[in-house]
Design a protein around this ligand. Sequence first.
Ligand SMILES: [Zn+2]
Length: 312
Amino acid sequence: MENGKVTDSICLIDAKVFGIPNFTSAYLILGEELALIESGPAKSASLIIEGIRGFGFDPAEVSYIIVTHVHLDHGGGAGTLLRKMPRAKVVVHEKGVKHMLDPSKLVNSSKRVFGNRIDEWYGEVLPVDEDRVVPVKDGDIVDLGKGQRLRMIDSPGHATHHICIYSEKDRGLFTGDAVGVYIPDSRVLIPTTPPPEFDPDVNIETIRGFAGLDLDLLLFSHFGPVDRVSNILGTSIDWLRRWEETVSRMVGGDISLETITEKFRQDTREALGSGEGMEPLHRWVMDYHIPMCASGYLNYFNRKASQACRDS
Ligand SMILES: [Zn+2]
């Protein structure tokens, strides 16, 4: 999918994270004012800038960079983009603000999962000045004019500070990582369940809540628009439940990061099929994404166990 218009007022820009196309997207939203949803990582900043120009706009006109959460592939580039967007403010969940002001803890936490390669993957994460941050919570509205009102929807589960963004005008929900990763080439959805905050039950509640919105479109940050709304929301819940049951059955027996990863890989391989024609993405999913998902579930079950110890 090339950069292009999803609707009259929503433009998709491919951030080509890891050099892989059709994997990570940002969206430019057109009203009287402009908003960018997701900065992408710092390393993608020039592609985002080029993308905005490609739609005929000057990046200096952008008023808001709205990030669904602060993970580096979603919000890591905000500080870099601000240098080209002198009037823009960064809109972020109030619980994520501290990571925008000082990204060091977040970067270190990413390094615990992926090692030093994240510098090469995502680029240097620049801090954002406090006077350029707009903290938001559930129900807050960013009004771009021309009927484009964007409503912030608290959506914990993947991370505690995750927001989704609902466009009343387009009846579309920018899902960030709350619903999973949609792979358009194979039309398959897979979960994204990273440590240290992932909670399957909370994530499922979040997804159930989306059924109450008037929705025609899900707009994934990984990757692109999908109109099979209830089918995809149902699939996402099924995956999270199934993996929770899988890991729960291992508790007290043969449970390790390796055994969980192997089981998750089997399920994912089945869902994706051969992955023919999408080798780099397929490889990334198997080599990095699935171990991260396994680690997120293991971390969740360990948290639960230590909570139970504290309670008893
Ligand atoms: Zn994330």
